[in-house]
Design a protein around this ligand. Structure first.
Ligand code: PEP
Ligand code: MG
Length: 589
């Protein structure tokens, strides 16, 4: 068993340092945890395997009986092969032997044994055996599903909070995490703006992603340090390392305390320019966090999360209640609600009969809504009905052509007419705008500005599509940066187009919550930023320390650079200069 301390460098995505015991969370479809076990664990591992086998067999028997009832005895015979295999000593013997001899966890022993049989069938190269190989894969998933489906019960049986180590987490898994039980998260995959990372930040759980093969080295119960500020993860830290991190934890909470004092102050620059700081939310209850952190309202409500955390498609009333609740909690403050941004890493792939090959370039966001009109109309009805309860704007995501914007507006108009006919109240002055997050929209911003009431710049996607870098892929994370001169050029053009047309332009990508960018964004002319609520006090502190002419000068200087290194170094230096004590320790590399 591995006992030595190991340090892994990942991507820091949610700040804070946590120290705790590891809980390895596996996913049968995507990742089988590899773990060495101790001598005393062998019996319990064999027992886990026996129980999983029993449960998988019981499920199959039930399925066979149901099939027999519905389709007859002949059809039910196909389960004979499955059930036979689950009792076959030629399969079960080696699995048990592997657990005993190689001291590996049951999941690994099962996955390897089933893979061996699948490969043997595939090697025969005939259609009948290819089909058999599929059956074996199905069985493999069933048994693994039983072994790993215990995650929830294992989690709820814990007596102390843990740090989750996983290959990958979905945004909905992360959104469902209970902060009282989960201290922190570290994953093999992921990027700074993947939605899992965004959610971790929103729920304020320290998190590091992109740790490559962390799960293969981590073991349940081991101590781990997750440093969400630097991206360093330390497995089985020695006493000295632990002591160092405990000291840093204290520094971090002292800084948080200072920031809490900034929260209620006004976001106004030294020369008196008021900046509107809004919060990005996924759920209505996050409004409380926006207000507690001193936000002025909500600039981005990612409504698709209602879909992600439900086992059913939320209907009009359920959506209406969530939107109305958000407005009620905001109590007269503004709210920009974004229509469903499903697709890519959210929702549709898990449900698709055949997943898309390139989901980020596929049927996502407004494209998905325009192809699923009834679903879209249901949401628009819910939004419009809620608009009678407080100041609201509606925003369409990922618009890449003018036709999409026009179609979306036409559907919105249809829904308005329907509500009118039914005598249902809604805000007739409701403004509609778009997220500018695709290069085509940025390049055509002048044309778009003539047909909508506002722009919100979505740098998370704008960076990925401009630089052709997947925002969730740790392997190219070094290429993903808001400091890219190409991205900054587009941001500048969008702001300029908005200004010419006299429409509001704000920015709601993650860079709005990163202190090194604040001066630059103000210098480029932005006066409204929407960001993760917990970062509002930090950004406010930067705003209160600067004046606009200085920011404009910085923006001009940065605009002349042709490398992201130059941009980043300059932004970092400027931030350090304005307040070395406060910001010095919290500037990302
Ligand atoms: C963006 O793309 O910048 C954005 C804010 O939207 P999301 O992160 O939800 O894609
Ligand atoms: Mg986006």
């Amino acid at each position: 068993m591995n006992v030595a301390m190991q340090t892994v460098k990942g991507i820091p995505v949610s700040p804070g340092i946590v120290i705790g015991r590891i809980f390895v969370l596996g996913e049968a479809e995507t990742h089988v945890p590899h773990r060495e076990i101790a001598d005393h664990e062998i019996d319990s591992e064999l027992e886990r395997f026996a129980v999983a086998l029993q449960q998988a067999t019981a499920d199959l028997v039930a399925l066979r009986d149901r099939t027999e009832q519905q389709l007859g005895r002949e059809a039910a015979k196909i389960f004979g092969f499955h059930l036979g295999l689950l009792q076959d000593p030629a399969l079960l013997g080696p699995i048990r032997e592997r657990i005993r001899r190689d001291k590996v966890n049951a999941e690994l022993a099962v996955a390897d044994a089933f893979k061996k049989i699948t490969d043997q069938f595939l090697a025969i190269g005939n259609e009948v055996f290819r089909q058999k190989a599929n059956d074996v894969l199905d069985l493999d998933r069933r048994v693994l599903g039983k072994l790993m489906g215990e995650n929830e019960s294992r989690l709820s049986a814990l007596t102390e909070p843990v740090i989750i180590v996983a290959h990958e987490l979905t945004p909905s898994q992360t959104a469902g995490m209970d902060r009282a039980r989960i201290l922190g998260i570290a994953t093999d995959l992921g990027g700074r703006t993947s939605h899992t990372s965004i959610v971790a930040r929103a729920i304020e759980i320290p998190c590091v992603v992109g740790c490559q093969r962390l799960t293969s080295r981590a073991q349940d119960g081991d101590i781990i340090v997750v440093d969400g500020d630097t991206g360093v993860v330390v497995l089985r830290p020695d006493e000295r390392t632990l002591e160092e991190y405990r000291t840093q934890q204290q520094r971090f909470s002292a800084f948080r305390k200072v920031l809490r004092e900034t929260a209620p102050l006004e976001a106004v620059t030294k020369d008196g320019v008021r900046i509107q700081l809004l919060g990005n939310i996924e759920f209505p209850h996050e409004v409380e966090s926006v207000l507690a952190n001193g936000g002025d309202g909500v600039g981005l409500y990612r409504t698709e999360f209602l879909y992600l955390t439900n086992d059913h498609e939320p209907g009009e009333d359920e959506q209406f209640k969530a939107y109305r609740r958000t407005l009620e909690l905001l109590d007269g403050r503004p709210c920009t609600i974004r229509t469903l941004d499903l697709g890519a890493d959210k929702y549709t792939q898990q449900r698709a009969h055949e997943p898309e090959r390139n989901p980020f370039l596929g049927l996502r966001s407004i494209r998905y809504c325009l192809q699923n009109r009834e679903m879209f109309k249901t949401q628009l009805r819910a939004i419009l009905r809620a608009s009678a309860f407080g100041p609201m704007k509606v925003m369409f995501p990922l618009v890449s052509t003018l036709m999409e914007l026009r179609q979306a507006k036409l559907i919105l108009n249809d829904v308005c007419e329907e509500l009118d006919e039914e005598g249902i109240a809604f805000d007739r002055t409701l403004q509609t705008g778009i997220m500018v997050e695709v290069p085509s929209a940025a390049l055509m911003a002048r044309a778009f500005a003539d047909e909508c009431a506002f722009f919100s710049i979505g740098t998370n996607d704008l960076i990925q599509y401009t630089l052709a870098v997947d925002r969730g892929n740790e392997r190219v994370a070094n290429l993903y940066t808001g400091a890219s001169p190409a991205v900054l050029y587009l941001v500048k053009q969008i702001i300029r187009a908005g200004r010419r047309a006299n429409i509001d332009v704000s920015l709601c990508g993650e860079v709005a919550g990163e202190a090194i960018y604040t001066m630059l964004l103000l210098g480029l002319g932005l006066r409204t930023l929407s960001l993760v609520p917990s970062q509002i006090p930090l950004i406010k502190r930067v705003i209160r320390s600067v004046d606009i002419p200085h920011c404009e000068q910085l923006a001009r200087k940065v605009g002349s650079f042709d490398s992201e290194r130059q941009v980043l170094n300059t932004l970092r230096d400027e931030l350090r200069k304005i307040d070395p004590d406060s910001f010095g320790g919290w500037i990302p590399e």
